[in-house]
Design a protein around this ligand. Structure first.
Ligand SMILES: [Ca+2]
Length: 330
């Protein structure tokens, strides 16, 4: 059982652009829970609560950062959206994954029934999210993340241009931030969905990232909305990972006949493109973030070199995957 606990980190920055979309934002949810998990490590990661959060009654009405799905040991997830409103299209699909992620850094405003929160940050506001991430890890309040603070695992998630920010700009910014002590800015787990940056052929994953699951496509289906984007259709740069980073580079275009579960029903690999991939990965990304492992082999496309991927079930009757709580964020 995980609960979203409203520990408050006031935002010092002015109201950002994403507030305009907040009327459709997710309401604060309690009692979000997984009824299954990929392995014991995932289950153990969700058991013990962090220290008691500040009372919700003290929450200011203005924009602020809250940490959802707190657990022990300390974990934090920062999600960065792609183009478009945070509550529409692929960003909405991404939100389902982020809403359920461990220690997710959320942007909230308003109080009580009027409170609206987003579990992901726009490409314009992601540094505010990173500031909230850093502040929430500074538990002794000395302004830095270091020896006086408990160890905390950082996870990052993104779609499209947000995936490139999560996979490149964020780890570099964390590693370079003077508030973050040696080794405390490493990103333990990362899920990148169809990363994109104009004119970029490769995506070098910084050495401060330990594990990265990268989902992309190399063929664009007819209905892919990125065909209408500038320079579309959009394809992901090839990830390049150093020795200290374990990467899983998936390509849905290798499986035109296979069906994959998505938020909108099953989709064959042939119709999975830049804009609907997030609805598919939303169903399996928690294997990576919570479990630190691949999803089951019948849920993952092949790797970009054509070789099979996915984790083998330990028993023939192993459940087909995570049984997630129904999405109820709107
Ligand atoms: Ca500190």
């Amino acid at each position: 059982m995980r609960r979203i606990s409203p520990v408050i980190v006031p935002l010092l920055l002015a109201v950002s652009a994403c507030s305009s979309a907040s009327k459709q934002g997710e309401q604060a949810q309690d009692g979000q829970a997984h009824s299954g998990s990929p392995d014991q490590a995932a289950e153990q990661a969700q058991v013990q609560p962090e220290p008691k959060p500040a009372p919700a009654a003290e929450a200011p009405a203005g924009p602020r950062v809250e940490i959802g799905n707190r657990g022990e040991p300390c974990q934090r997830t920062l999600c960065i959206a792609g183009p478009g409103p945070l509550d529409q299209g692929a960003n909405r699909d991404l939100r389902e994954l982020c809403h359920q992620s461990p220690g997710v850094v959320r942007r909230c405003e308003g109080q009580g029934d009027e409170q609206v929160c987003f579990s992901l940050w726009s490409g314009q506001d992601w540094r505010e999210g990173m500031d909230g991430l850093i502040t929430s890890m500074d538990q002794d309040g000395d302004g830095k993340v270091g020896e006086g603070d408990p160890a905390c695992s950082i996870y990052a998630v993104g779609w499209s241009t947000g995936a490139t920010l999560a996979g490149d700009a964020l780890p570099k910014a964390l590693a370079d931030d003077p508030r973050v002590g040696e080794g405390r800015g490493e990103i333990e787990r990362m899920v990148l969905i169809a990363p994109y940056a104009p004119g970029q052929d490769t995506l070098e994953i910084p050495g401060s990232v330990r594990n990265a699951w990268i989902y992309r496509n190399t063929k664009s289906p007819e209905g892919d909305c990125s065909r209408a984007f500038e320079g579309g259709p959009w394809f992901s740069p090839k990830p390049v990972c150093g020795e200290g980073t374990q990467c899983w580079d998936y390509d849905y275009s290798y499986e035109p006949q296979l069906a994959f579960l998505s938020r909108q029903g099953a989709r064959s690999g042939a119709v999975i493109g830049h804009c609907n991939m997030a609805s598919v990965v939303a169903k399996i990304g928690l294997f990576n973030l919570i479990g630190g492992q691949e999803a089951w082999a019948d849920q993952t496309p092949r790797f970009s070199d054509g070789t099979p991927s996915g984790a083998e079930r330990r028993h023939p009757d192993e459940p087909p995957g995570l049984r997630l709580p129904p999405p109820n964020m709107d």
